[in-house]
Design a protein around this ligand. Sequence first.
Ligand code: ATP
Ligand code: MG
Length: 262
Amino acid sequence: MQSTPFLQVRHAAKSFGAVQALEDCSITLYGGQIHALVGGNGAGKSTLVELIAGNERPDRGEFFVEGERVRITSPRAASSYGIGVVYQNLALVNALDVSANVFLGREEVYGGFFKWLGVLNNRRMRQETIEELDRLHVTIPDVDARVVNMSGGQRQCIACARALMNGAKILLMDEPTAALGVREAAQVMDLMRRCRDEGSAVMLISHNMEDVFRLSDKITVLRLGKSIATVNTTDVTPDYIVGLITGAIAPKEEHRQSNELP
Ligand SMILES: Nc1ncnc2c1ncn2[C@@H]1O[C@H](COP(=O)(O)OP(=O)(O)OP(=O)(O)O)[C@@H](O)[C@H]1O
Ligand SMILES: [Mg+2]
C-alpha cells in the first residue's frame, strides 16, 4: 500500500476548438517521487500542465489533491493547493531582477502604515531569495541583475526557486532542460532530485530518454491525448518507452492505465 497521492488526475479531457488536445489522461503523483510524463510532439503534455496549473479549464476529468476532490479554477487556486509550475516557455519577467521574479505576484510589504502605502520589502525579499537559492545549492553570480541577462539554466533554477518558495509540494516541470547546456541541465536535474528527496512530488516532462531514465521513478506515456501506460522506470527499457510513444509497441497488460484507474 502506498500513501495518499499528492495529486491524482482522472480521465482529464480538453479540446481547443476542433483540436482534441487531451482525450483521456490519468496520472497519479506521489510525494518523494519524480514521475516522468512522456509523449510525442502534440501528445497533450503541456495541455495537462495547463489544466493542473489552473490556466485552462478541463472539459472532463477529476482532480484530487491529497485525496480531496478539487477544482483548479485559477493559477492562484493551483498555488493554494501546493502546485508549482515551471513552464515550457519560461515565464520570467526579463526586466526584473532575481528576487522580484521569485516574488512576482505575492510581493511582501511592510506592515502597518507602510503596508497601507504598499511599500515593497525589497530587502527582505532579496534576503529570502538568497537563502532559498543557497538552500537549493543554486549559484547565481548576481541576484541583483535583471534576469534578461541570465543563462537558460539560471532562469530555470530561478523559476524552480519561485515555485518552491511559494510552498509548492507538487512541482510540474515542462521540458526544464530542453534549452540548456550540459552543466546547466545538470544543475536543474540536481534541483529536481533535491525536491524529490525533500518529499515533493515532481512531474517531469521531457523528450530526453536519458534524463527520463536517469531521474524518474515512474513513467507515464501519453499518446494522442491518452495516457496509455504507467510503469516503474526500473522495470522497463528506453526502447520499450520509445516504442510506446511512437505506437510501434503496444503496452503490456500490466502497464495499461486502465488497471490503475477505474
Ligand atoms: N491554446 C491552444 N489552442 C489551440 N490548440 C492548442 C492549444 N494548446 C495546445 N493546442 C493543441 O493541442 C495539441 C496538444 O498540444 P500540447 O502543447 O499539449 O502538446 P505537447 O505534448 O506539450 O507537445 P510538445 O512535446 O511539442 O511540447 C496540439 O495539437 C496543439 O496544437
Ligand atoms: Mg509541450
